[in-house]
Design a protein around this ligand. Structure first.
Ligand code: SF4
Length: 371
């Protein structure tokens, strides 16, 4: 796939602002643009205001990473451990329920459950995990298992993807994270996570989930060895899937945290914040069929996450309570922001904080009296 950057920045920005779809060649032009970052951000901000007005949503949730033992070796990962590692863990169901009970004390609406690809885990561990959580917390939204995990269950159990998802849904699953996408341009994907499912399989699992009525997020791992053409391929594919299924609730950028990963040596420079801000803006302009663009405070820090609200972003993410994956790769921005603090931060940035559920139903709007 080859595109030439021939489009002029102003005409691309005009198109995006008038809600005309910009094409892949124009997307490449935005990605390659060196001087016009501020203009791109400005137009993305206006476009976001038109779509989401001044509202910035957040979710009160808890991450639960049930194991860090993993048989794969993704080069961008600082989280995985082998079974013999001193700090390897696998949570039993009681500990998972305990963690949810802790979360309930702060009023969580959602748990997000993912883990390493632990070769010892049988499919029943996954099915029973969902069932036990559902039995104990009937109203909780269970957002669990990436396409990689769904694939592993299907492979080990000898069940079709569709059957695995339907069994999980029967047990109580509500939605799935669209992680394990990393970068969907296969050649680069093969370099950074050679043992992961390939792009075709990722797409098949996501589309199967969407067609069964299970919503997912969409993600990208950004700022490693990917080229702009790789990004064009990735975003174009995400947009095509959304045209077909309308199953993505949000787009989440995962800026690459390199410090404790083997990919670090291959990456030219540390990802600078301005590049991330411009990328958020480009997402708002290009992904015209995904309403929600989420920032990532654990990866870029709270001040940068607040600044991203002026770059086309309309969602602040979640309270999280714990965040092991970024922390293990060297992230230093913490793992818990209480709801009250998130509301103050969003309000302090001149926006209206809105508590939402996982599927972006707005639950409560807050005025700024509490700031
Ligand atoms: S990214 Fe996930 S699948 Fe890859 S090595 Fe890390 S824990 Fe394992």
């Amino acid at each position: 796939m080859r595109y030439k950057c021939m489009a002029k920045l102003n005409s691309v920005l005009e198109k995006a602002l008038s809600f005309e779809r910009i094409n892949d060649e124009e997307l490449l032009c935005l990605l390659e643009e060196k001087e016009g970052g501020r203009d791109i951000i400005h137009i993305a901000d206006i476009k976001n205001q038109k779509i989401n007005s001044n509202m910035v949503s957040f979710v009160v949730n808890r991450n639960i990473n049930f194991t860090n033992i993993c048989g794969l070796n993704c080069k961008f990962c600082g989280y995985k451990r082998t079974e013999r590692s001193k700090d390897a863990f696998l949570l039993d169901y009681d500990r998972i329920l305990e963690k949810i009970s802790e979360g309930k004390k702060i009023g969580i609406d959602e748990i997000c459950v993912t883990g390493g690809i632990n070769p010892k885990l049988k499919p029943d561990y996954y099915f029973n995990l969902i069932k036990i959580v559902r039995d104990n917390f009937p109203d909780l939204h269970i957002h669990a298992f990436s396409p990689q995990e769904i694939f592993e269950i299907s492979k080990t159990a000898g069940m079709s993807i569709e059957f695995v998802i339907s069994k999980l849904v029967e047990s109580g699953l509500n939605s799935m994270p669209g992680t394990a996408a990393e970068i969907l341009a296969q050649e680069t994907r093969g370099k950074i996570c050679p043992e992961k499912i390939n792009t075709d399989v990722w797409v098949e699992i996501i589309k199967t989930a969407h067609k069964m009525g299970i919503k997912t997020s969409a993600t990208i791992l950004f700022g490693h060895i990917e080229s702009n053409l790789d990004i064009v391929y990735h975003l174009s594919l995400i947009r095509q899937i959304q045209d077909e299924t309308n199953g993505f609730t949000e787009f989440i950028t995962l800026p690459f945290i390199s410090y404790k990963t083997s990919l670090r040596k291959k990456v030219d420079s540390t990802l600078v914040q301005d590049k991330v801000f411009k990328f958020y803006a480009i997402l708002r302009l290009y992904l015209d069929n995904i309403k929600n663009i989420q920032t990532s405070w654990p990866k870029i820090g709270v001040p940068a996450a607040l600044k991203s609200l002026e770059c086309g972003v309309n969602d602040f993410g979640g309270t999280l309570m714990e965040e092991n994956i970024t922390k293990s790769a060297g992230g230093e921005f913490g793992e818990y922001l209480p709801e009250e603090q998130i509301k103050k931060l969003i309000g302090g940035a001149g926006k209206i904080p809105v508590r939402r559920d996982t599927l972006y139903n707005y639950i409560e709007f807050f005025n700024n009296d509490f700031i």
